[in-house]
Ligand binder design. Structure first.
Ligand code: SIN
Length: 522
């Protein structure tokens, strides 16, 4: 493999965490590895809800931390919740200074959306459902004007190199040409900020390239993975036959939109006292049950928003229009879809992984903030907080250089692309067997299917990364013999008593379990 060394800090990903870290590292030279043009294809840019922060004078970081801990079903690290929520306000002010046009009231206060399981309207927003896109646009403008940041667009990370337990480089390919031979890019430090795993599922709200590859490559390099089994399903992905499924933001339910089925029955009132604003896992399970029963769940915004949805929630309105739905007249068909991976690469309070030289922020990480069920709009907040923490840690750990030449990559052919059908089989298997409802039999089927696919198509590093993460999720779900938060075992429906434990696993242990299952008589 061709190798290139750089003195730049290497950042894998181009979402909110990646861009914010690059800016906080300035003027230290960094190189961003971005599969797409900046702003395209990153989950952050697709976030509709916004960023949770106690900005209202009646609200407080303590209340935000309490809601975070409560939603997480016993597995949130309370110190991490205090750390992240305590600083939220200053990040909103920083994003405002960087040019994010947050919605304001006539008095100049931030307009706050209400989302499920928050005690207050606590989500700062931009043009209704444009928060992710607008925050990203503001940061991209800053990044483009920051000379220390080199963005390698159209480049995808496919592996990590280690030497004596330290990460020393990242193997990269041309994103648009998975047949390009990987190049090893060696750097003094690596920050992984490349998103989660939603796209490992056939029904997902995540952008197409987000299929657990970043978590998988770290796991394959020997990093510890935490809480892998905790995958959040969003209750109101639009069920309109698009892949990925467009999101109908939870803020709509915060406005008073209701969930009904094709018989017009409002089913959430019988399930939870908070009805449509029950914790996300509760609503996702109810939607899933309606779908499974053939009752076609629908999000009804007609009474509460009528025609106003078209101005107030342009992304939702556009997705409706694309699919011939007028939400002022017709309720929107919805389904539960893989949305956010609470698990990921285990990080300490400094954002460091178990491998030296490797920091992680954003959805690829598992800091302990989200537990078994992430509180809505805490994802972007966590990405910001840990991007800064990681940047500080890298500055403290790595010798400074004033400048570093731009990295030039010249790809040649020789790589193996992931087989499209194999990826689709993997995704369908995850939705069918490791989805909203799980049991031992389905999880074992998943592990066998993943092993089989890996055996057949394991020449592609990108596909191996996907299979690694899928294996970790399924193995973690099999080992957790209880139901907790988003992890619902229909064969173990109760939540275990006593202190809840986070899970931690290495890929080699998950593979050993997978081998054992494959050897079992079916
Ligand atoms: C939403 O807008 O419903 C998604 C917010 C989130 O997942 O944090």
């Amino acid at each position: 493999m061709t190798d290139i060394s750089t003195d730049r800090i290497l950042i894998v990903g181009a979402g909110l965490g990646a861009l914010y870290a690059a800016l906080k590292l300035a003027p230290r030279p960094v190189v961003l590895i971005s599969p797409e043009t900046l702003g395209e294809g990153a989950s952050s840019a697709w976030a509709q809800g916004g960023v949770a922060a106690a900005m209202d004078e009646n609200d407080s970081p303590d209340s935000h931390a309490r809601d975070t801990v409560k939603a997480g079903a016993g597995t949130v690290d309370p110190d991490v919740a205090d750390l992240v929520t305590g600083d939220a306000r200053r990040y909103i002010l920083d994003l405002t200074d960087m040019g994010t046009p947050f919605d304001r009231t006539a008095d100049g206060d931030y307009v706050m959306s209400r989302e499920a399981a928050h005690s207050f309207a606590r989500v700062v927003r931009v043009k209704g459902d444009q928060a992710g896109a607008q925050i990203m646009a503001a940061l991209i403008e800053q990044v483009r004007e920051t000379p220390s940041v080199q963005a390698l667009e159209g480049v995808m990370a496919v592996g990590l190199e280690t030497d004596g337990g330290r990460v020393t480089g990242v193997a990269v390919q041309a994103a648009g040409d998975a047949r390009s031979a990987p190049i090893m890019l060696r750097a003094p430090a690596v920050l992984l900020a490349g998103g989660g795993s939603g796209g490992l599922y056939a029904v997902t709200t995540n952008p197409p390239r987000i299929r657990g590859q970043v978590i998988g490559m770290a796991a394959r390099a020997g990093a510890a993975i935490a809480d892998a089994e905790f995958v959040q399903f969003h209750p109101t992905a639009m069920d309109v036959g698009e892949d990925p499924a467009p999101l109908a933001t939870e803020a709509l339910r915060g406005e008073g939109a209701t969930l009904i089925n094709r018989d017009g029955e409002r089913f959430m009132t019988a399930i939870h006292p908070d009805a449509e604003l029950a914790p996300r896992d509760v609503v996702a399970r109810a939607i899933y049950a309606q779908t499974q029963a053939g009752k076609r769940p629908l999000l009804d915004t007609r009474d509460v928003l009528g025609e106003r949805i078209k101005d107030l929630y342009p992304a939702v309105a556009e997705a409706c229009a694309r699919n011939g739905i007028d939400p002022a007249i017709d309720p929107i068909p919805v389904a539960a879809a893989a949305h956010y991976h609470m698990g990921g690469i285990a990080t300490d309070k400094d954002g460091k992984s178990s491998l030296d030289g490797l920091w992680v922020c954003g959805e690829a990480s598992s800091t302990g903030l989200h537990g078994a069920n992430r509180l809505a709009s805490n994802g972007l907040l966590e990405a910001l907080v840990y991007a800064r923490i990681c940047a500080d840690g890298i500055v403290a750990d790595v010798d400074d250089v004033a400048d570093a030449p731009l990295v030039q990559l010249d790809f040649t052919s020789g790589g193996v692309p992931p087989e499209r059908d194999a990826v689709m089989t993997l995704r369908q298997c995850m939705t069918n067997c490791v989805g909203v409802e799980r049991d031992a039999s389905g999880l074992k089927t998943a592990l066998r299917t993943i092993a089989d696919l890996e055996g057949q198509y394991g020449d592609s590093p990108s596909f191996l990364n996907m299979c690694a993460t899928a294996t970790l999720i399924a193995a973690g779900a099999l080992l957790r013999e209880e139901s907790r938060g988003a992890h619902e075992r229909i064969d173990f429906p109760e939540t275990s008593e006593g202190p809840a434990l986070r899970s931690q696993m290495y890929l080699k242990d998950a593979m050993a379990l997978r081998d054992q299952i494959c050897e079992e008589k079916q």
